[in-house]
Design a protein around this ligand. Sequence first.
Ligand code: PEP
Ligand code: MN
Length: 370
Amino acid sequence: MDIKKLTVKGIDNVRPLVIAGPCSAESREQVLKTAEELAAKGIKIFRAGIWKPRTKPGGFEGVGVEGLAWLKEVKKKTGMPVATEVATPEHVFEVLKAGIDLIWLGARTVANPFAVQALADALKGTDIPVLIKNPTNPDIELWCGAVERIYNAGVKNIGLIHRGFSSYDKKIYRNVPLWHIPIEMKRRYPNATMICDPSHMGGKRELIAPLSQQALDLNYDGLIIESHCNPDVALSDAAQQLTPDVLDYTLKMLVMRDNVQTTENINVLRGRIDEIDGKLVELLAKRMAISKEIGTYKKEHNMPVLQTKRYGDIMKDREKLAESLELNKDFVAGIMESIHRESVDVQMKIMTNREEKKAKVLKKIASKKK
Ligand code: PEP
Ligand code: MN
């Protein structure tokens, strides 16, 4: 599967690609006012939710089909392509009928394979660009599954939106970023357009700028940011929306890192990293060979694989060593945990082997007795 860069008709390959607009379309006036202010600031693509998946009933659930006409008006007046979220096949039918330029699948929808498949079926034979948000839970396979379902329906113009993952603890982020998940997505789909949604990630205005900068530092292609002409009275997500003015200021403050990758210097440093990684892997192989020997010894002496005290001692010692070398001890502890887990697995296999052999011998004895 090869996901190419997302293309939106009429939009050049700019970086960062910024999609902005209110969380929800609330009224014709609010939509048009926000869109005109954003267009005046040079925003290229307009977003607004028409159908809103609210966690609990009773919240503002969107204006529905009526709002699509407002988006069409935005497109006509400002020239900006327009985007909205779809969650059901009926939504797909309506957005296609209205000529919406771009759609996204929300985090709650992506967490539900039945819903994604129904959308994929509804999208068969269309060429509308589709952005796929990460699911609410940090399950990369679920995210990939949604990408595959949409791709298999024949939609090839796909992009990804990283909006963070929900957790019980919402002290800092509304949805924790877990940057390693989108980084792994980029490894799997190297050409895919990756867009960060700092609004739903941070959940508050003051986090938009630092999260956007982090995304750009990680070489993201774009940002989708909620912007409302009067955020304080917004019917949804009021705390995280920026006025078009503040959004413009925020975007101007962002630092774009130089994208040119290969200089003499970095190549030398990368060469050293490659060499060290090679040594690390060789050392791991040596360590694992010894671990196997220990496994055989334990088997022969009828010792259990897990020696809790020994494991505790190893961890304490390595953490102390890490600190003395000015390394983050939690980072080293994570690596040691993973090495230990693999060692235990390998030794368990040796034990199981013994059990298999024992079973064979017992079977032989039993059959002789008969
Ligand atoms: C949205 O973008 O308006 C939205 C509802 O986002 P999410 O699916 O990320 O919660
Ligand atoms: Mn929102």
